[in-house]
Design a protein around this ligand. Structure first.
Ligand code: TMP
Ligand code: ASP
Length: 236
């Protein structure tokens, strides 16, 4: 397999073409942004951690019946994935109030919900990823009703699997963001990444934040938090 030209550079990853039109290589960077790209920085070691953790979690999900774009880990920062067209929705599942849920609805962080919630944002940087509901997504032709039903089902399944997995590691899965893509044969699969950039992880005992909120909120100890999550998942 030969790696060819760069197709796209995002805030945290680069994507390269390969000699197979159905496969691309994702290369994870240490770059971090927050607040709609307003805040920029670097988190040393993040590329390696997010690449390895995301690949591990996607394989765990695959074993539990959730298909993903993952094909093969090529190096510590690079992964071969199926080429997909991204459904332009950010799909957010929450188990506990935090972040924008808390600020939007004027409640404190840390309220444990009786059941998980789901919300969608329109993935559009110019519009600052506005919140929308399933009817809006269908009206905008971002996805069909059937695709949204499938995405919802898959997202809640991801939550069940990951919540149980992280609980064993002494980590509470507070909330997370998923993205889905459509493969060449129109199958919906989990895409993008699942990492401390895209999940809120709280230590089950102490409540300590072990995710990107430490960067977003200038709390310090960002690298330590990523390394601690790496240690919990891989024992290193
Ligand atoms: P929020 O509370 O800021 O809406 O974030 C909910 C979850 O989604 C949290 O785990 C962080 C993640 N997230 C992203 O992965 N990318 C984003 O751009 C935003 C705003 C949140
Ligand atoms: N949406 C943020 C950004 O654009 C990323 C985040 O908060 O995770 O920089």
């Amino acid at each position: 397999m030969q790696i060819k030209e760069m197709l796209y550079e995002g805030k945290a990853k680069k994507v390269f073409a390969t000699d197979d039109e159905n496969l691309v290589v994702v290369s994870y960077k240490d770059d971090a942004t927050a607040n709609d790209g307003e805040k920029k920085g670097t988190i040393a070691g993040k590329g390696v951690i997010n690449n390895r953790m995301s690949n591990f979690l996607m394989q765990l999900l695959e074993k539990n019946g959730v298909p993903s774009h993952f094909v093969e880990e090529l190096s510590e920062t690079d992964t071969l994935v199926k080429k997909v067209s991204i459904v332009p929705l950010e799909v957010i599942i929450r188990n506990i109030s935090a972040g924008h849920f808390a600020s939007r609805y004027g409640v404190e962080e840390g309220i444990v919900f009786d059941e998980p919630t789901i919300e969608f944002s329109y993935k559009n940087d110019d519009l600052h990823d506005p919140l929308l509901n399933a009817y809006h997504a269908i009206a905008l032709k971002l996805a069909t009703r059937e695709e949204i039903e499938l995405i919802k089902e898959m997202a809640f399944k991801v939550n069940e699997v990951l919540k149980a997995y992280f609980k064993e590691l002494g980590v509470t899965l507070v909330d997370f963001k998923l993205e889905f893509g459509k493969t060449a044969n129109k199958t919906i699969v989990l895409a993008d990444e699942i990492s401390p950039d895209t999940c809120r992880f709280w230590d089950s005992q102490t409540g300590e934040k072990l995710d990107k909120d430490r960067f977003r909120r200038d709390m310090g100890g960002v690298e330590d938090a990523y390394n601690e999550m790496m240690r919990r998942v891989f024992g290193e």
